[in-house]
Design a protein around this ligand. Structure first.
Ligand code: BES
Ligand code: ZN
Length: 912
């Protein structure tokens, strides 16, 4: 159903039509609920069988709800008890029944449902028998006689626990300035956890209107998706009634209750904007508020549609599983992603806040106003928000050159998409676990990369107009990938599906190989890129993409750009007389890798790589490294190539170089490590010396960042004693005067001192963690505790990840960091194996999944065997293809070591 974008008259008319007066008694019902017995009749049924009785459903998927009963409006009332960690709830859902039915099936899990009844037009009520199926996370309400088609009102009473798993309706805690602990209740429903807070039709295309009432302790504050409609005191409780939401998906509902404080309100067009934090942190909200305001107006302009909510609150929650969540009008964040001190933060920390805030604001349209029909289409939400985040941040701070650093995100997507166990961007999803696994670099970074490629191909204005058309056409509704193609194709007047389907529905991406024929023709060939060579000749090799190709040819000192769409396996392009060099993927927007024949590469290098734009140099070195890992380029050639970058001053290009050096650090033996350290010092040293330790006037943000990165690399990977000494001295100066060191250099100092640190340093940094004055500082010190070398110190950090001492939002990432520390990886792996069950129980699901990503560092054949053995014997499933991808990644690194390890040692020894 398409609704006019202006407001939601149609829906409101429908609700009036069904004539239900939605009222609740204002008395507390928490106590009665707490004592009730758990009504749970788990039916004995083979898993997977559809629960409804003989009624046709739209699907045979056991995880999908039948479609013959559709919710229209939820009147939701919740009463949390923060200290008891419980909540009671009552909801009245207005339903349309489309076929006679004696059963209503909806989602619920870990809820104690105490009663359910329906009321029809006649006003008489009918009680339901309640059956919960924990494995399918649903609840069946059965009636003795069928409900007739039409409108019904379903009232359900329930209660549950405010859990500590950072999902559903959960409890977060924090300490105030005096050390007293306070509780906060918050929600995180995406992907499938609204059902943990209230029984509901918890699928993105069951959109409905939500009217939330929160009954809270009057000393607390509460925020939900919309403005407060009324506030009354009753029975010692504060009853907050929130205005109706727009028609939206369940996963976007949110409520936050606690001692939280808002910033001053800022009007952005018609929208009141505020940030919220626990007391004492409000002074860190300024930067977030600036980008929130800037991106909100940017999006209103870009989309050509007003912000769809009635206000916008951004809340920093002390315990938060992901980075942020786009609940309409009540966006929640982890503290590091929203609160920041502009004076002491590094450029990347500021950029992170700007990115996340812009990303979530972008979702208010992409995701909230128009939502993917099902989780297989998650990229329509996340890839778009990621793409829009770049546009908005780039418009806000053009000097940050955000699209240049986007190369790093594209590179991250390439590294997963080069696996044989990759998946297409759009991929079937059934179980909740698989929905969770969709939140990965393929959805986000590959998705955003192919959107950027398309935008550049059809032109930014045409692209924007296509986006506007799509949003207008599906506002308040759901859409699929094809709907987007229809809108873009209509405006672009081009066959968009033919171009794009290959990128969305096929796994992997092309490697474009460029050769020159004896008759001076450029021959271009596409084949699927893969790190591991394919053993069986499979359709894998035959895949084709339509590749928007941009080629720059230099001849007689002049350059000429040509664009073409590569649709065949092989293409030839005539080269002009006297051609000097050829560059493929000019501008660097294409989602493909390039491999040059030796002669072509030499010509590019000899012309001077400074002739290439930063993104082109980035791609050149990144593609060279990837082809080296894939065994298509000799390692020695790659290592020689890195010597050409001594004059490089782009931080993203350096990021690729440094990344490849740490890769080598992971496969090298301890005895050979000193050779690698010397090699790194050789590559990095002159630039470190040139940049010095303090910024020069007029320097770009990028250079400041580069200085920090290179000093860090020289002190750790290069193990340079002079740098380490200087770092210690500067850190002392910094502790007495925080402005003595450029903020971008501070993390490098801390990292170097942890790398060389002893127990005293550990205690010092631990104290830094405990007494940090910003979320970024806290995070920096916390992660330094994973970067020490002595095993006893790393053991201390590991023990603390499961002792309750470190927030579970961070603990799995800390374990992962120790897995990535060559001095601690085996220790960490042993710890993971021993404590797996505890971690599985303690950590939020997505944290656990990310922690397992750390296994790719266990790069010896023996460890690899052990890793495979463990995951197989424990039958661990991380959802989707996650585990398969980690294991293949590990295989690639170990295979590289087996193939090139000896060559690496010889090269390093010889280059001393
Ligand atoms: N919708 C996601 C939040 C989310 C992530 C929910 C994973 C469920 C599972 C949100 O919009 C998001 O993408 N957050 C990112 C930050 C963003 C800037 C890439 C995150 O949490 O990392
Ligand atoms: Zn997102």
């Amino acid at each position: 159903m398409t609704e006019p974008v202006g407001r939601r008259q149609t829906l409101q008319a429908l609700i009036k039509h069904v004539r239900f007066l939605l009222t609740f008694p204002l008395t507390s019902f928490l106590s009665s609920c707490l004592n009730s017995s758990f009504v749970q009749a788990v039916t004995e049924r083979p898993k997977g069988e559809i629960m409804n009785q003989g009624i046709s459903t739209h699907t045979t998927d056991p995880y999908r709800l039948p479609r013959h009963v559709v919710p229209i409006h939820y009147d939701l009332r919740l009463e949390p008890d923060l200290s008891a960690a419980r909540f009671a709830g009552q909801e009245t859902i207005t339903l349309m029944v489309h076929q006679p039915t004696s059963a209503i099936v909806l989602n619920a899990i870990e809820l104690d449902i105490t009663s359910a009844q329906v009321e029809g037009d006649s006003g008489s009520t009918r009680q339901a028998t309640i059956a919960l199926d924990e494995s399918l996370q649903r609840c069946q309400l059965t009636f003795t006689a069928p409900l007739t088609p039409g409108a019904w009102r379903l009232t359900i009473s329930f209660c549950g626990t405010l859990n500590d798993k950072l999902r559903g309706f959960y409890r977060s805690t924090y300490k105030d300035e005096r050390g007293a602990t306070h509780n906060l209740a918050a929600t995180q429903f995406e992907a499938t956890d609204a059902r943990r807070a209230f029984p509901c039709w918890d699928e993105p295309d069951f959109k409905a209107v939500f009217a939330t009432t929160l009954v809270i302790d009057p000393t607390l504050t509460a925020v939900s998706n919309t403005r407060i409609a009324s506030e009354t005191l009753a029975g010692g409780k504060m009853v907050l009634r929130f205005a109706e939401t727009i028609k939206m998906s369940t996963y976007l509902v949110a409520f936050i209750i606690g001692r939280i404080e808002p910033t001053e309100l800022r009007m952005v067009g018609q929208t009141p904007l505020r940030l919220w934090a626990v007391p004492g942190k409000g002074h860190l909200a300024r930067f977030g508020q600036d980008i929130a305001a800037a991106s909100l107006s940017f999006f209103e302009n870009y989309y050509g549609i007003p912000y769809p909510g009635d206000k916008l609150d951004l809340l920093a929650i002390p315990d938060f599983a992901s980075g942020a969540m786009e609940n309409l009008g009540a966006i929640t964040y982890r503290e590091t992603a929203l609160l920041v001190d502009q004076q002491s933060a590094t450029h990347s920390e500021l950029e992170r806040v700007a990115d996340v805030v812009a990303h979530e604001n972008a979702h208010m349209w992409f995701g909230d106003l128009v939502t993917m029909s099902w989780w297989n289409g998650l990229w329509l939400n996340e890839a778009f928000a990621t793409f829009m985040e770049m546009l908005a941040v780039d418009a806000w701070k053009p000097e940050w050159k955000r699209w240049d650093s986007f190369g790093v995100s594209r590179a991250a997507a390439f590294s997963v998409d080069g696996l044989q166990s990759t998946r297409p961007i759009e991929y079937p999803v059934q179980a909740p676990k698989d929905a969770d696994a969709m939140f990965d670099v393929l959805t986000y970074e590959k998705g955003a990369s192919v959107l950027r490629m398309l935008e550049q191909h059809i032109g930014p204005t045409v692209f924007r107009d296509g986006v506007r058309d799509y949003l207008h056409a599906h506002a308040y509704g759901n859409a699929d990938t094809n709907d987007l193609w229809v809108s873009l194709g209509k405006i672009a007047k081009q066959p968009v599906p033919e171009l794009m389907n290959g990128w969305i529905f096929q796994p992997g991406f092309p490697l474009v190989t460029a050769n020159v024929s004896p008759s001076s023709e450029l021959t271009i060939t596409q084949q699927r890129f893969s790190y591991l060579s394919d053993t069986k000749p499979s359709p894998l090799q035959d895949r084709r993409w339509q590749i928007p190709l941009q080629i720059r040819i230099t001849a007689g000192g002049k350059t000429n750009t040509s664009r073409m769409l590569l649709t065949e396996k092989d293409t030839t392009v005539p080269l002009p007389k006297g051609w000097e060099s050829v560059l493929l993927n000019e501008g660097g927007h294409g989602f493909y890798r390039v491999r040059y024949a030796q002669d072509l590469l030499n010509r590019l290098l000899n012309a001077g790589i400074d002739r290439l734009a930063a993104t082109e140099r980035f791609n050149l070195i990144n593609d060279a490294w990837a082809t080296t890992v894939a065994g298509l380029m000799p390692l020695t050639d790659y290592l020689d190539l890195t010597a050409r970058f001594t004059a490089e001053r782009d931080k993203n290009v350096w990021a690729v170089l440094l990344d490849s050096f740490s890769f080598l650090n992971r496969i090298i033996t301890a005895e050979d490590r000193p050779y690698l350290e010397a090699f790194v010092r050789g590559r990095v040293g002159s630039t470190v010396a040139d940049l010095g330790w303090a910024p020069r006037s007029g320097e770009t943000e990028g250079t400041k960042q580069l200085r920090g990165e290179l000093i860090g690399a020289q002190g750790k990977l290069g193990n340079d004693p002079a740098i380490q000494e200087r770092a210690a001295a500067l850190y002392r100066a910094f502790r007495t005067n925080a402005t003595a060191v450029d903020p971008n250099v501070v993390p490098a100092l801390i990292a170097i001192l942890a790398h060389t640190g002893d127990a005293a340093r550990y205690d010092e940094f631990n104290e830094g963690f405990r007494t940090a004055s910003t979320p970024q500082e806290e995070r920096r010190y916390l992660f330094s505790l994973a970067a020490f070398q002595p095993k006893v110190l790393l053991e201390r950090t590991l023990a603390r990840t499961i002792s309750g001492d470190i927030r579970t939002q961070d603990a799995p990432f800390l374990v992962s960091a120790i897995l990535g520390n060559v001095y601690g990886r085996e220790l960490a792996w042993g710890f993971v194996k021993t404590n797996w069950e505890k971690m599985d129980h303690l950590f939020p699901k997505q944290g656990l999944r990310r922690m397992c990503g750390g296994i790719v560092n266990l790069a010896t054949p023996a460890l690899e065997r052990d890793v495979c053995e463990f995951f197989n014997s424990q039958r661990i499933d991380l959802g989707g293809k996650t585990l398969e991808q980690y294991l293949e990644h590990l295989r690639i690194i170990v295979a590289f070591r087996e193939r090139d390890g000896t060559m690496l040692r010889h090269y390093l020894q010889a280059s001393l």
